[in-house]
Write a protein that binds this ligand. Structure first.
Ligand SMILES: O=C(O)C1=C[C@@H](OP(=O)(O)O)[C@@H](O)[C@H](O)C1
Ligand SMILES: C=C(OP(=O)(O)O)C(=O)O
Length: 433
């Protein structure tokens, strides 16, 4: 079993404070979720595929590396266009998942289709991310998986080169990725796949819709008409050209800057129809005092400088919680966020981490089992620990717009999904973009 990834040295960073309204048109990297899915679907397809505008970041490089390790030809030398040529899936191989939930949940089902022994491990924190229901599902499909009794990394899949398929029942309340990972490969199983979720609600519904939409775009028949049941017909996947949209979750801190400073931020290259949860984001930002418009120039968020507190169930958009918490901290009334118990199993226990680090900056917030309650009051500067979580760094950056002296212990963790974050953020705040 390989050792967990060696950690890089921490990169301390003082979040810049805004002295005037932030007004900018930004071009941001591609979506992590779209890039990960496009890579996986391309590796499972019959013909070659291309990804236009892919995200180059740690999570997607790890996904490309994982698929390469299994025999897929993935060329990432051109930033604008990646090429994928599927190949027979083979082991032995080792997959480093880093801290990427997508690699952790999407690649083990693919390993079941490979011939040979495939080992998986990642960062120390990845060993704490929920995986047990996926291991159970794969075993019930006849895939041989060796894993600790905790149902987590490190993992070995002894791939037989084919999976019969059929129906699996699992509790995916800990992560929608447990379902997405199975659905993405299901068409390559001899009899296809039916996934049935039993348990508390599956979070992040828009990510499940994204999975279904992209499967259909690859020529796969998926029936998702029954709640909590997804049926994938067996059949070939078509190689194709994937257009990767800018990452909406990664854009949130930039939009938040418009709200906090009373400015205007346009995300360039926003598509007319998106697979990402734009309507949920629009509603949240509007309720918090912003105005969201989509024009030919892109997706624009305008703020007044006043942020309003809200009561919101964030289960559909849970990865937005850290930055929304920072916004709520700077609001003119209290906020309550619910429906996100599962983010305790994200890169870190986000509810505990947000409560601890914002309290250290003088905030008044309470951690609930499934969310946070935030009562705004003036904050002070201080050290803000990220726990290797990119979205903790984004949250600190947003708070730092209004609070001088927010010292992020390691902004390098933003390389998970946006290595250029510190540079783009400094440009934004100094109005040089
Ligand atoms: O499938 C995906 O690309 C994702 C699904 C969501 O996971 P959870 O359902 O675990 O929240 C989301 O939070 C994550 O950032 C990306
Ligand atoms: C939860 C997240 O990531 P992952 O894909 O690693 O689950 C996230 O990006 O907020």
């Amino acid at each position: 079993m390989g050792n967990p990834t060696v950690t890089r040295p921490p990169q301390p960073w003082t979040a810049p404070t805004a002295t005037e309204a932030v007004t900018a048109a930004v071009r941001l990297p591609g979506s992590k979720s779209l890039t990960a899915r496009a890579l996986v679907l391309s590796a499972l397809a019959t013909g070659p595929s291309t990804l236009a505008g892919p995200l180059r970041a740690r999570d997607t490089e790890l996904m490309a590396g994982a698929l390469r390790a299994l025999g897929t030809h993935v060329s990432t030398s051109d930033d604008a266009r990646w090429l994928v040529r599927a190949h027979r899936l083979v082991g032995p191989a080792h997959v480093d998942v880093g801290l990427a939930g997508t690699v952790l949940r999407f690649v083990p089902p693919i390993a079941g289709l490979a011939e040979g022994r495939i080992t998986f491990d990642g960062d120390p924190q990845a060993r704490r991310r929920p995986l047990g229901p996926l291991i159970g599902a794969l075993r019930s499909l006849g895939v041989r998986v060796d894993a600790p009794p905790t149902g987590s990394l490190p993992l070995t899949v002894l791939g037989a080169g084919r999976v019969t398929g059929g129906e699996v029942v699992l509790d995916a309340s800990a992560s929608s990725q447990l379902v997405s990972g199975l659905l993405l490969v299901g068409a390559r199983f001899d009899r296809g796949l039916v996934v049935r979720h039993v348990g508390p609600p599956v979070p992040s519904a828009p990510h499940l819709r994204m999975t279904v939409q992209m499967l259909r775009a690859a020529g796969v028949a998926v029936d998702d008409t029954t709640p909590d049941v997804w049926a994938v017909e067996p059949g070939p996947l078509t190689g194709r050209g994937w257009e990767i949209e800018p990452d909406l979750s990664g854009a949130l801190p930039f939009f938040a800057a418009a709200l906090v400073t009373g400015g205007e931020v346009t995300l360039q290259g926003w598509p007319h129809h998106s697979a990402q949860p734009i309507e949920q984001l629009r509603a949240l930002l509007q309720r918090m005092g912003g105005e969201v418009t989509v024009t030919a120039a892109g997706l624009t968020v305008r703020g007044t400088g006043r942020v309003h507190g809200i009561d919101a169930d964030l289960s559909e958009v849970s990865e937005l919680t850290p930055v929304l918490t920072a916004l709520a901290m700077l609001a003119d009334s209290p906020s309550r966020f619910t429906g996100v118990a599962h983010i305790r199993g994200h890169e870190t226990d986000r509810l505990a981490a947000l409560a601890r680090e914002f309290t250290a900056l003088g905030a008044d917030l309470t951690e609930a089992p499934d969310g946070l309650e935030i009562r705004p009051r003036p904050l002070r500067g201080g050290v803000f620990r990220t726990y290797h979580d990119h979205r903790m760094a984004h949250a600190a950056a947003v708070a730092g717009l209004a609070v001088p002296g927010v010292e992020v212990d390691d902004v390098g963790c933003t390389s998970k999904t946006m290595p250029e974050f510190p540079a783009l953020w400094s440009e934004l705040v100094t109005n040089k973009s």
